[in-house]
Design a protein around this ligand. Structure first.
Ligand SMILES: Cc1cc2nc3c(=O)[nH]c(=O)nc-3n(C[C@H](O)[C@H](O)[C@H](O)COP(=O)(O)OP(=O)(O)OC[C@H]3O[C@@H](n4cnc5c(N)ncnc54)[C@H](O)[C@@H]3O)c2cc1C
Length: 396
């Protein structure tokens, strides 16, 4: 079967590619000032976001006043594919653009949209997402960071952890417990916190790869005062909004996962002849077999993605999203492991970049790949979703 797009969609693609060619940031600009975390926006990234917003290419599915052009879902798919193919990041602040801005647009006041969402869309501010805590990750509803309403402000005490980009973000979309007497899924509220507010301490967590440029952080709150006007949506209704926030993330996330996987696969196929050259005959046969198995899995990932996308387009829910999340992230981890093992002892030589210039060695990439199997819902949680909502098994 050969999938094709309609002439109107192909016209949309041509228009975007012409614009991209004339407006994209150059390789030199991006290399001279790399983004240091997922909420760091160097000068070129801010200018790029603004250009996309002004010309209706930032979120094509939205109306022009919000940085879009009312494009349909298939056009959005084509847009994301072409952007990734061109090697241009859509944003250097994915949580800000993908989760925080749409959530504020959905649930925020006019003032919050003006002061927080629109500056995010125009590349003037960046944001982080303060959900997880030491005692609340998969079970987010157990969060205990406390916000007490005191007149016209909330006073916040507690701690977040694994907050991507908090070391650079200008504000935080912060989940707090505002009523400890209600059942745990109730009594949670969302506040907009300017990160330079007194009482906020950010402690970066160096990672095994590139410890000099940490992205994950612990964030501590000690009597932090947040204006009551920064409450997003209704008091104690944060849980319902959290589900809405993450849904924003899920719609098209599969595409990025699949294209990254396909990029890794293309590199692995290119390197396989050299990688297997020094292996014994049996090892070579086993390695090639593993590579071809992975190749099949990568094809399956794209088909699965299209299937879920088609279902979403028809207005249904797509349990394929949970399958995709687990399958794509685990296949990527396996692919990097297979490549590292084929390298043998050379895998630990960090000076051998084997063509993976932007991400380092296969082994480094393998270490990094674990993150995607945990963030935005771990593989075990995805399996719970699949067993309950797809297979109809009883909850344990
Ligand atoms: C790269 C990365 C970026 C992140 N960015 C952010 C961010 O920006 N903001 C933010 O708030 N958080 C962020 N996180 C945190 C992430 O959301 C949590 O790590 C995730 O929700 C898991 O929570 P946890 O680490 O507390 O593990 P836990 O929930 O304690 O889980 C520990 C282990 O138990 C398993 N487990 C837990 N519950 C169940 C269950 N019911 N059934 C079966 N197995 C279960 C898990 O799968 C896991 O293997 C990030 C994490 C990573 C890795």
């Amino acid at each position: 079967m050969k999938l094709t797009f309609s002439p109107a969609v192909e016209e949309f693609r041509r228009e975007f590619l012409t614009w991209l060619d004339e407006n994209r940031p150059s390789e030199e600009e991006m290399e001279a000032e790399p983004a240091r975390s997922s909420a760091h926006a160097p000068g070129w990234a801010r200018r790029w976001t603004r250009r996309m917003f002004d010309d209706g290419w930032l979120v094509p599915g939205w109306p022009p006043e919000r940085g879009g052009r009312n494009a349909g879902p298939v056009e959005q798919l084509v847009y994301l594919e072409e952007l990734q193919r061109a090697g241009v990041p859509r944003t250097t602040n994915p949580q800000g653009l993908g989760i925080v801005a749409p959530s504020i647009l959905d649930f925020g006041t006019e003032a919050q949209i003006r002061d927080y969402a629109m500056p995010l869309l125009r590349g003037e501010r960046t944001a982080c997402l303060g959900m997880s805590e030491p005692g609340a990750g998969s079970d987010l509803a157990s969060l205990s960071t406390r916000a007490v309403l005191d007149g016209d402000r909330f006073v916040v005490n507690g701690q977040k952890v694994w907050t991507s980009g908090a070391n650079y973000a200008e504000f935080c979309f912060l989940f707090c417990r505002t009523d400890p007497d209600l059942p745990k899924h109730k009594g949670i509220s969302i506040l907009l916190l300017d990160m330079d507010t007194p009482g906020v301490t950010v402690r970066p967590l160096p990672e095994i790869i590139d410890p000099a440029h940490p992205d994950l952080n612990e964030v501590f709150f000690s009597d932090v005062e947040i204006p009551a006007a920064n409450l997003v949506g209704e008091l104690n209704n944060g849980w319902a909004m959290a589900n809405g926030s993450l849904a924003h993330e899920r719609g098209m996330v599969w595409l990025n996962a699949v294209m990254t996987l396909e990029g890794d696969m293309a590199r692995l196929l290119g390197e396989t002849p050299a990688l297997v050259a020094n292996l014994s005959e049996i090892e070579r046969a086993v390695s090639i077999d593993r590579v071809m198995e992975l190749y099949t899995d990568v094809q399956a990932a794209r088909c699965l993605g299209y299937r879920g996308f088609a279902r979403l387009m028809r207005g249904g829910t797509a349990p394929e999203q949970a399958l995709m999340k687990a399958f794509a992230s685990e296949t990527r981890r396996e692919l990097n492991l297979v490549a590292s093992e084929m390298q043998g002892a050379r895998a630990v030589d960090t000076s051998v970049h084997t063509g993976l210039d932007d991400t380092g060695t296969w082994l480094e990439s393998y270490f990094r790949s674990f993150g995607a199997t945990i963030s935005a819902g771990s593989s075990e949680i995805q399996r719970n979703i699949i067993s309950e909502r797809v297979l109809g098994l009883p909850r344990n």
